[in-house]
Write a protein that binds this ligand. Structure first.
Ligand code: ADP
Ligand code: ZN
Ligand code: ZN
Length: 798
């Protein structure tokens, strides 16, 4: 009698186990064991969760030794056939464990770690009460604890594991349903003495809302549900039970869904995309257009077309740009057909959104990076907005880039990809100029408003003139002027590369590596400056090597300090500060923006967070306090990132009727990244940057692979890093350059010291096998010594 074998990847990520294991499928389950379902299997003395990735009739294992599956978790597969294929590619392309590649594709709620068992670290001392509840494996049955009403106490005891416990609690929170009132037909007048109803009508007009909930209404004045119900009876409003996503403000601005007539340019771009979709081509379109040029409008139309083909679409947005306004725009256009996936949702909510996809209840997913794995089976379009954003790259295993996954899925589904950006990544633009991608452009803003003039202020001159403030005379004057006119101001503090390099305040130069054209990084330990590409090291100088000035120091100012200075200079101005400290609580981000929009403050001061998506009509001045910090990042992409940032921030000014202006303070006004940002000239920047990349042999001319070695002991780390480097040099000999080892930019994380090597190469067919060999070597032997190796084949930063 033929037996059925299930190939199972068990949920254990270690080298020794990184392959499928065979299990016998009990006869009564044969009907519904299929690839993509989760199962429980005996594994050594334990029971573990795993994925069935294939069904077979033969096994290398003797049938007497085959163990049967223990239980089946899913009736329907949680991974589609396509995603199972994708996982194979992902593990090869990123050199990760098979299990990691599978786990990343399912919502956290389905991962074994989030089932109702909590493991308690044996180092955590628990009271007797709890010890008795633990199993031999120190498992806590969560429901039991909850039933015994011991949860707060347990949380107290498990301070260290609190975050994880919190997640499990939130996981159980079910989605909220609320009644949402939609404005149907509103009469000009209401007769009689329906005073309250009139008040509601006025509120609707004033706020320009098209739908709202009772609590939202009640925030502004006291009104009972009966009043609104009466308006429903009269047909002024309609009501719907709708799921409410807690962080998505549902206060809908009616103007967000005005239907627009596409411009000729937009139509031209759209028709190319539509043609490609109709012909089932997996073309990649690079849509280059400044902020406000109408890219999103093209996405919306292209998705509409996809839906008309009865296909599905995934639209990725960087986490930070996934604002309520953005989501609302999609929700209003596509209504119930949209699922939203981002990190602001609880685990339970994410699971709900994912289920809408796998149950085919929706056709569009709008989400951050991991939404690229949405289990659609009939994809017709994939979009990455702000394709240059580094958040599309996952920095831990599997180290995938959403853009590459999107391209893979497009190939599989025979559908196009749109990569949109005002400042495309250098490598994407290079591909477009080579004809690998189709370059499509939208010149100018959709509303034909010109881009604001950008003024570069030389801070060295300010110092010479005796102004030691962080505000130049020009910026301070401009702020004063806008305050007098009752207009609004956005001030941007560049936190990238903050305080990790030294800068001469007199001549503006930083200390560079003589070998790599990269700023040296300050390491507090040993007061040293180090190049973390090649390991070159020198003492922190007391004088500027260029001009001998002693005004040389770490660059760095916090937002709080800026705020103090603002209060001192402009005591009458009200400032809202947006940084990691003020946005810790849920919804704080939205609240700050809302208050600014309501003109409860004249100045919005913030870090990277404010660079995106803001659109306030009364903002006529944008100030960048320190353009330089990101310019001197120890990263070959420093200039690129700075250009992107300044361009993005500039896009915040003068988007509407009032004319805007941008003032950028810098110690290096002649730097090409700033000059071209000032001129709004992406192509010129690209051309110059490519020349530099070529000379210094950086991507896209060369590939870089990043290898990290870590261990709790610094000497052991260094020793093994040396071993890795010399081993690689031997194996790759003259086919690639191995740089390092050197201490990583962040030389210690979670009590592990970190060293790195970089492999630089042109085309290297031998590299992957060599890296596999390295992994084998390190994982089998070195893992036992506590040494860990991380390989990033396509690092987005170095
Ligand atoms: P981007 O995504 O490039 O920043 P958007 O698509 O958001 O640009 O468009 C910017 C603004 O211009 C939006 O308010 C949008 O509604 C408007 N807009 C876009 N295309 C048109 C058009 N063809 N006609 C009128 N307004 C448009
Ligand atoms: Zn100097
Ligand atoms: Zn160097």
């Amino acid at each position: 009698m033929a037996i059925v074998i299930a190939k199972v990847i068990v949920d254990v990520s270690t080298a020794a186990i990184d392959r499928p294991f065979d299990y016998q499928v009990p006869e009564e389950w044969e009907a519904f064991i299929q690839p993509g379902v989760r199962v429980h299997v005996p594994f050594g003395p334990r029971k573990v969760q795993g994925f069935v990735i294939g069904i077979d009739e033969t096994s290398q294992v003797e049938s007497a030794k085959l163990k049967p599956l223990q239980s089946v978790i899913d009736v329907e597969p949680v991974l589609t056939k396509e995603l199972l294929e994708l996982a194979k590619w992902l593990k090869d392309d990123t050199l990760c464990f098979y299990n990691d590649a599978l786990q990343v594709m399912i919502p956290a709620a389905l991962r074994a770690a989030y089932s109702k068992i909590v493991h308690v670290d044996s180092s955590v001392s628990l009271s007797q009460k709890f010890e008795s509840l633990l199993s031999k494996d120190r498992e806590v049955d969560f429901q039991q604890i909850e039933k015994a009403k011991l949860l707060p106490e347990l949380k107290h005891l498990l301070q260290n594991q609190l975050a994880e416990i919190e997640t499990r609690i939130r996981q159980r929170s079910t989605p909220k349903k609320q009644t949402v009132y939609h404005v149907a037909s509103v009469p000009e007048e209401i007769g009689g003495n329906a005073k309250k109803q009139l008040q509601v009508l006025e509120w609707i007009r004033e706020k320009q809302v098209s739908f709202f909930t009772l609590p939202q209404l009640q925030q502004d004045f006291s009104v009972t549900g009966a009043v609104v119900e009466a308006m429903v009876q009269k047909g002024y409003l309609t009501k719907k039970k709708q799921e409410i996503y807690r962080e998505i403000e549902m206060l809908g601005d009616a103007s967000t869904d005005k239907v627009v007539e596409l411009t000729d340019k937009q139509n031209d771009v759209l028709s190319q995309i539509i043609t490609s979709a109709d012909q089932q081509q997996s073309d990649v379109f690079l849509l280059h257009g400044i902020t406000g040029s109408g890219k999103t409008e093209i996405y919306l139309h292209a998705i509409e077309h996809t839906l008309s083909l009865n296909k599905e679409a995934i639209m990725l947005v960087p986490e930070i740009a996934l604002t309520p306004q953005m989501v609302l725009r999609f929700k209003m256009r596509f209504g119930e057909q949209v699922a939203v996936m981002h990190s602001g949702l609880s685990i339970g909510e994410k699971y709900d959104e994912w289920r809408k996809v796998i149950r085919k209840e929706v056709k569009v997913v709008v989400g951050a990076r991991s939404a690229i794995f949405a289990p659609f089976e009939n994809l017709g379009l994939l979009i990455l907005d702000e394709e240059h954003e580094s958040s599309y790259k996952q920095e831990d295993s599997p180290r995938y880039h959403a853009r590459e996954v999107a391209k893979w899925r497009a190939e599989f589904a025979h559908c196009p990809v749109i990569l949109g950006s005002a400042t495309p990544s250098i490598e994407s633009y290079a591909r477009a100029t080579k004809g690998v991608y189709h370059l499509v452009k939208l010149p100018g803003r959709a509303n034909a408003k010109p881009l604001p003039p950008v003024e570069l202020i030389d801070m060295r001159e300010q110092l010479k003139g005796g102004n030691r403030s962080m505000f130049s005379i020009e910026l301070a004057d401009a702020i004063r002027d806008r305050l007098a006119k009752r207009e609004q101001i956005v001030l941007f503090l560049n936190k990238r590369g903050f305080s990790s390099f030294v800068l001469c305040r007199d001549c503006g130069s930083t200390v560079q590596c003589p070998n790599c054209d990269i700023s040296l990084t300050y390491h507090r330990m040993g007061e040293a400056l180090r190049c973390h590409y090649c390991g070159y090291e020198e003492q922190v100088p007391t004088q500027c090597p260029q001009c001998k000035s002693e005004h040389i120091r770490f660059f760095g100012t916090g937002t709080q300090k800026v705020e103090e200075e603002l209060t001192r200079l402009f005591p009458e101005a009200r400032t809202l500060r947006m940084d990691v400290d003020t946005t810790r609580t849920k919804g704080a981000h939205e609240r700050i923006l809302h208050h600014f929009g309501q003109k409860q403050a004249e100045i919005l001061l913030g870090t990277q967070m404010i660079a995106k998506g803001l659109d306030f009509p009364d903002v006529t001045l944008v100030g960048v306090l320190n353009a330089d910090t990101s310019l001197h990042l120890a990263d070959f992409r420093a200039a690129e990132k700075t250009f992107q940032l300044i361009t993005q921030v500039s896009g915040r000014a003068g988007r509407h009727e009032k004319e805007g202006k941008v003032i950028v303070q810098t110690y290096d006004p002649d730097h090409y990244a700033l000059e071209y940002a000032k001129m709004h000239d992406y192509v010129a920047f690209y051309t110059k940057e490519m020349q530099i990349r070529k000379v210094y042999e950086y991507p896209p001319f060369y590939y870089l692979t990043h290898i990290q070695i870590s261990h709790p002991d610094v000497l052991v780390t260094a020793e093994y890093a040396d071993k890795v480097a010399s081993w690689l040099r031997d194996e790759l000999s003259n086919q690639a350059t191995v740089i390092g080892p050197t201490a990583s930019a962040i030389s210690r994380i979670q009590d592990r010291y970190r060293y790195q090597c970089i492999i630089k190469y042109k085309k290297e067919p031998n590299l992957i096998p060599v890296l596999h060999q390295l992994l084998k070597l390190t994982r089998s032997e070195w893992e036992k010594q506590g040494v860990r190796i991380g390989i990033d084949l396509h690092p987005s930063t170095l």
